[in-house]
Design a protein around this ligand. Structure first.
Ligand code: ATP
Length: 253
C-alpha cells in the first residue's frame, strides 16, 4: 500500500481553484520532486497531501499513523529571542540530548547544538530544520523549497544529504523545488504541476520526452535551467498535455 494516495483531488482557496484533477501516490522510500511555475499549486498540494488543509473534492488516503517530517521554506526567527539549536530541537516536544545529537550528526551539523538559532547561516539553518524533521523517524520527509536562499553548491550538497538520509532512514521524500537541474540526480520521479499534472516520470524518461524539452530546454549533463514556464491555457483536469505549450526557457550549457 502507498504511504499517500490521492485520487482526482481538487483544492480551492476560496474562489481560486489551486489544484484540480490530480492523482498521485507516494511509495515507501522513493524521492518525488514537484516542479512548476509560481502559483501552480505546489505548496497547496504538499499541504493537502500531509493533511494540513482540506480538499474540496477527491480522496487522499494516508497509511495509518503516518509519520511525516516537514521542512519549511524558511523560518523567521526573532533575533532578540535567545534560543539554542538544542533547545529548538526540544520544542514542542522534549526529545533529550541523545536524540538531538543523533539528528544533528545525521545532517552533518553536530557542532552547532549550543549555537543560537539567530546566528546560523542559511545553509546551517536548513540542516537544523532537517534535523528537526527527522527526529520522529519519519516515513515521509516533506520539503517545500527547502534550499531557497542557498547558492547552487549549497543546494546540491543539501540534496545529496537528503538522498543519503533516504538511504539511511528508508523514508520517502516529497519535495518542491525550482532547481530541477540541481535536484535531478537525487530524484526518482518528477511531477510537473500547473494546477493539474502536466507530465511526470523518472528523470530519465521525462528528459527524453518532447514535453520535458519544451518545459526545461535541451541542455545536456543535467545542466538545465528551469527559467520560465508559462502555461497560458485552460485544462479540464487531464493528466497529460498532448498539445503545444508556450514556454520560454534558458538552458545553461
Ligand atoms: N491561503 C491562501 N488563500 C488564498 N489563495 C491562496 C492561498 N494560498 C495559495 N493561494 C493561491 O493558490 C494558488 C496556488 O498557490 P501555491 O502557493 O500553492 O503555489 P506554488 O506553486 O507553491 O507557488 P510558488 O512557487 O510561488 O511558491 C495561487 O493562485 C495562490 O495565489
Amino acid at each position: 500500500m502507498p504511504l499517500i494516495d490521492a485520487q482526482n483531488i481538487e483544492i480551492r482557496h476560496g474562489a481560486t481553484r489551486a489544484v484540480f484533477g490530480v492523482s498521485l501516490s507516494i511509495e515507501a522510500g522513493e524521492i518525488v520532486t514537484i516542479v512548476g511555475p509560481n502559483g501552480s499549486g505546489k505548496s497547496t498540494l504538499l499541504r493537502a497531501l500531509i493533511g494540513a488543509i482540506p480538499t474540496s473534492s477527491g480522496t487522499i488516503k494516508r497509511a495509518p499513523n503516518l509519520r511525516v517530517g516537514y521542512v519549511p521554506q524558511k523560518l523567521h526567527v526573532d533575533p532578540t529571542l535567545p534560543m539554542t539549536v538544542r533547545r529548538f530541537l526540544n520544542l514542542p516536544r522534549h526529545v533529550g540530548a541523545k536524540a538531538v545529537r543523533v539528528a544533528l550528526t545525521r545532517t552533518g551539523v553536530q557542532e552547532l547544538d549550543k549555537k543560537q538559532i539567530s546566528a546560523l547561516s542559511g545553509g546551517q539553518l536548513q540542516r537544523v530544520l532537517l534535523a528537526r524533521a527527522i527526529l520522529n523517524d519519519p516515513q515521509v520527509l516533506v520539503l517545500d523549497e527547502a534550499t531557497q536562499g542557498l547558492d547552487q553548491p549549497g543546494s546540491a550538497d543539501f540534496y545529496r544529504l537528503i538522498e543519503a538520509l533516504r538511504d539511511e532512514i528508508g523514508c520517502a521524500v516529497l519535495m518542491v523545488s525550482h532547481e530541477l537541474h540541481v535536484v535531478m540526480s537525487a530524484t526518482d520521479r518528477v511531477i510537473c504541476l500547473n494546477g493539474h499534472i502536466c507530465c511526470e516520470g523518472t528523470p530519465a524518461v521525462v528528459t527524453a520526452t518532447e514535453a520535458y524539452r519544451e518545459l526545461f530546454g535541451t541542455g545536456t549533463g543535467g545542466a538545465l535551467a528551469l527559467y520560465r514556464h508559462d502555461h497560458d491555457h485552460a485544462h479540464s483536469g487531464d493528466q497529460a498535455c498532448t498539445h503545444d505549450h508556450h514556454h520560454e526557457h534558458e538552458a545553461a550549457e
